[in-house]
Design a protein around this ligand. Structure first.
Ligand code: TEU
Ligand code: CA
Length: 540
């Protein structure tokens, strides 16, 4: 496989609204990000995935774009954006933009035109259908509750929106639409960005009339065309968000021979605490056995025909330390354990802002505290269906997206140093204890574990290129694997539980403990007694 910079990189995701406010309006912004670049350089990351910063009425916090070539008023100006690219590049950090082209905002000029009538030149940029029996065209549902079809009084037709009704779906069948998107992508590429994270890209080949949304028949044809017309000859990272990917599907996207994307985000491990066939709100206990199975399947099945991305968190997911770790007694231990377990795997790791200091979920008591459209719509839908208020709030506390969106905790001053004004979303009150300043002062902090993990990847080709092999027959809660490369072997051992456990597979004396989250003495590694959430990596 031809080696690219992104094979050995670590990416840091910024959710701009919640990262750093620079002007006291309570909303994070580009100048705020620029002011924190030194911190990111210290962490050691190679690129920033920037959640959308384009013009937007913010029905879905920037994932509803009204102008792809301009910046959201609250975030700054296009000059600020140019400066961010330059300032980041001075620190060897690339900027990866979020590409949201499954849909636009209903306030995008294309949709404003399209709504003017059936004859409008932009009408076919979107997906319109006549009513069927005086009702919606078919049973397609929106991810944000209710039908995916919205009625337009003026023309008597419905338009498709797989997300909110302020996010009408673009019609990729229309060549003009694709051309406009490619021009826009080239506008950003010409500014010297490091690539694109592609929002719900697996939906662009949809066939609405057959109720096919993900993995439609023309999906890969479109991606190959996009590759040819935009980033194909540039040295950039492209990562598709693909909820429905299996390893076979992931190869279609990321096999270098196919000229599509660098890699995709797959979500199979993320769904393991959800009841099959139900909604993300319907929880079941996580089986560590299944987690091991799923992650090791992804580690071994792509081979040279694809590349993995590695993540526990993003702006749509609850925080891993609260979700599958223990954010009280073992917050530091479990946060480090998840970091070590993930960053020693093969693939490109993504860190979500605040993960590197062990930020936690933010439990709410009432729907009035929620900003996220997905949770709000679900709340009303489930109330109507007869769920109790308590039950719904419990679901939101477990899985709601605002958990990850509370402002970044920089220090122990008011609002955690995020803003001098009123923050757009509540700051987690634990900022007095959990914050960047504290993490930087404590040599044993989660931050320094992440810093070291990034360094290890840079200094050791085995972390990037080594083969992966799961260690079988460990206790259920122990996730252990080997990495092997050019005669060298590393062993990673993690106890995903708040009880002690053991690992007795070492038949050779390990040479060295490379990283761990408890004090470990090299000499006493035979038949290891593992502490709660202990993780360690040894060179054999
Ligand atoms: O997410 C896709 C998506 O399907 C999520 O809404 C997901 O289903 C949900 O959050 C479950 O966890 C992408 C973006 O990451 C998300 O923020 C956007 O809201 C969405 O697309 C629409 O653009
Ligand atoms: Ca601001």
């Amino acid at each position: 496989m031809e080696r690219k910079w992104w094979h050995s990189s670590v990416i840091y995701q910024i959710y701009p609204r919640s990262f750093q406010d620079s002007n006291g309006d309570g909303i994070g912004d580009l100048r705020g990000i620029i002011s924190r670049l030194d911190y990111l350089e210290k962490l050691g990351i190679d690129a920033i995935w920037l959640s959308p910063v384009y013009k937007s009425p913010n029905d879905d916090n920037g994932y509803d774009i009204s102008d792809y070539q301009d910046i959201m008023d609250e975030f700054g100006t296009i000059e600020d954006m140019d400066e961010l690219i330059v300032e980041a590049s001075k620190r060897s950090i690339k900027i990866i933009m979020d590409l949201v082209v499954n849909h636009t905002s209903d306030e995008h000029k294309w949709f404003i035109e399209a709504k003017k009538g059936k004859d409008n030149a932009y009408r076919d940029y979107y997906i319109w259908r006549d009513p069927v029996d005086g009702d919606v065209p078919n049973g397609l549902r929106s991810t944000f509750s209710g039908s995916a079809w919205e009625y337009d009084e003026a023309s008597g037709q419905y338009y498709l929106h797989l997300f909110s009704k302020k996010q009408p779906d673009l019609n990729f069948e229309n060549e003009e639409v694709r051309k406009e998107i490619y021009d826009m992508m080239n506008f950003w590429l010409d500014k010297g960005i490091g690539g694109f994270r592609m929002d719900v890209i697996d939906l662009i080949g949809k066939v609405p009339d057959q109720e096919i949304t993900g993995n439609g028949p023309k999906l890969h044809e479109y991606l190959q065309e996009m590759n040819r017309k935009t980033f194909g000859n540039r040295d950039v990272l492209t990562v598709g968000e693909t909820w429905g990917a299996t390893p076979e599907i992931a190869k279609l996207y990321s096999d270098p021979k196919r000229n599509e994307l660098s890699m995709v985000f797959q979500f199979e491990h993320i769904g393991l605490d959800e009841q099959a066939g139900k909604e993300k709100w319907d929880l079941q206990a996580l089986s560590i056995g299944r987690l091991k199975e799923v992650l090791s399947k992804w580690q071994t099945s792509l081979g040279n025909e694809g590349w993995n991305s590695l993540f526990w968190n993003n702006h749509d997911l609850p925080r891993i330390v609260s979700r599958w770790g223990n954010d009280e007694e073992y917050r530091t231990e479990s946060a480090k354990m998840f970091g070590i377990l993930l960053h020693l795997m093969k693939g490109t790791p993504y860190i979500y802002q605040g993960e590197e200091i062990g930020m936690t979920n933010y439990p709410i008591n009432d729907i009035s505290e929620v900003e996220d459209i997905e949770s709000i719509n679900m709340y009303h839908e489930r109330l109507e269906k007869g769920y109790s208020k308590e039950n719904i709030i419990e679901s939101i506390n477990a899985k709601g997206r605002d958990n990850a969106r509370t402002p970044m905790q920089w220090d122990d001053s008011e609002n955690g140093g995020f803003t001098t004004g009123l923050p757009w979303l509540h700051v987690n009150p634990n900022y007095q204890k959990i914050n960047v300043k504290q993490s930087l002062e404590d040599p044993n902090s989660i931050f320094y574990t992440y810093q070291r993990l990034i360094q290890l990847r840079k200094e050791n080709p085995i972390v990037v290129w080594g083969d992966f092999e799961l260690v079988d027959n460990t206790p259920e809660e122990v996730f252990a694997y080997y990495r092997r490369y050019e005669g060298e072997t590393w062993l990673v051992i993690a106890n995903i539980s708040e009880h002690s456990s053991h690992f007795s597979h070492l038949d050779v004396e390990p040479a060295e403990v490379i990283i761990s989250n408890y004090q470990r003495n090299n000499a006493r590694l035979k038949d290891i007694e593992l502490q709660p959430y202990e993780a360690l990596v040894v060179r054999m």
